[in-house]
Design a protein around this ligand. Structure first.
Ligand code: SAM
Length: 247
């Protein structure tokens, strides 16, 4: 899988040289090519931005430099994504579907953003990483590359991905490693029992509880078993018994 990143700040992508993504690049499971948009400026001072028509604070990246940078990597198969707070929010389903693409071109804005005409001309999809505004699209592009690459062929083994948060619609259960006793806190007994069915139920219940407490809206989309429903009903009952309801 190939990522071409159009950016004014290629040096910001150093973190992707580390750890799992760095290894995946070295092993040629993924390829990350950084394209400096500034290299395509025809201006003698390498200017890439200008003031905004109609007024307004800040500067906008010019369409022609972005277009020329794009043309240097364009391909028939490529899907072009503009990282933007105006896009649809990135979620696990989107990550997994993007991992099936062969070639992604990621466009990073900066300053006030990018002239709309080049966005209309080349971009297939706008993706946001959350409802807040960052100074540039570089960190969002790294978030996208990191999350998508984990699902690219040969980057992780399938077992590591299987039970993770969101993969079955729920948040992942808490996990523990050695030592068995830490600061007077013991690893839950059931995890030491070797009883696979009980361990599975314990983990499922913890996932349900965490999702119910932190992201209850996710539960609406999950297929729940009779046991799941009973467990959640009991949780809700305990909560209601424990709190004094106002209004
Ligand atoms: C300061 S922002 C521009 C914000 C724009 N003027 C607006 O109000 O929507 C500069 C660049 O950062 C990137 N960016 C900022 N927040 C983002 C987010 N939540 N998700 C993805 N990209 C973001 C985009 O590439 C954007 O062009």
């Amino acid at each position: 899988m190939k990522f071409d990143v159009l950016t004014l700040f290629p040096e910001m992508f150093k973190p992707l040289e580390e750890s799992i993504i760095g290894r995946a690049t070295k092993n040629k499971k993924i390829e990350i090519n950084l394209v400096n948009i500034r290299d395509y400026s025809k201006d003698k001072h390498k200017k890439v931005d200008d003031t905004i028509y109609g007024g307004g604070a800040g500067m906008l990246i010019k369409p022609d430099v972005v277009y020329d940078a794009y043309k240097s990597v364009a391909s028939e198969k490529a899907k072009v994504i503009y990282l933007s707070p105006k896009g649809k929010t990135l979620c696990q389903d989107k990550v997994e579907s993007l991992a099936k693409e062969e070639h992604l071109i990621l466009l990073c804005g900066h300053y006030e953003g990018i002239d709309q005409r080049v966005i209309d001309k080349i971009v297939d999809e706008e993706i946001s990483i959350g409802d807040y505004v960052l100074t540039g699209g570089e960190i969002p592009a790294m978030v996208l590359i990191d999350s998508v690459s984990r699902y690219a062929q040969g980057v992780l083994n399938n077992e590591s991905i299987k039970d993770e948060s969101f993969s079955n619609g729920l948040l992942e259960y808490p996990q523990y490693t050695k030592p068995e006793l830490f600061e007077n806190m013991k690893v839950p007994e059931v995890l030491l029992s070797g009883h696979h069915k009980n361990i599975e139920r314990f983990r499922r219940n913890k996932s349900l509880e965490l999702t119910y407490r932190n992201r209850p809206e996710l539960l609406e989309k999950v297929e729940l078993t009779k046991e799941d429903k009973e467990y959640l009903e009991n949780l809700k009952k305990e909560d209601n018994d424990g709190y004094i309801k106002i209004n």
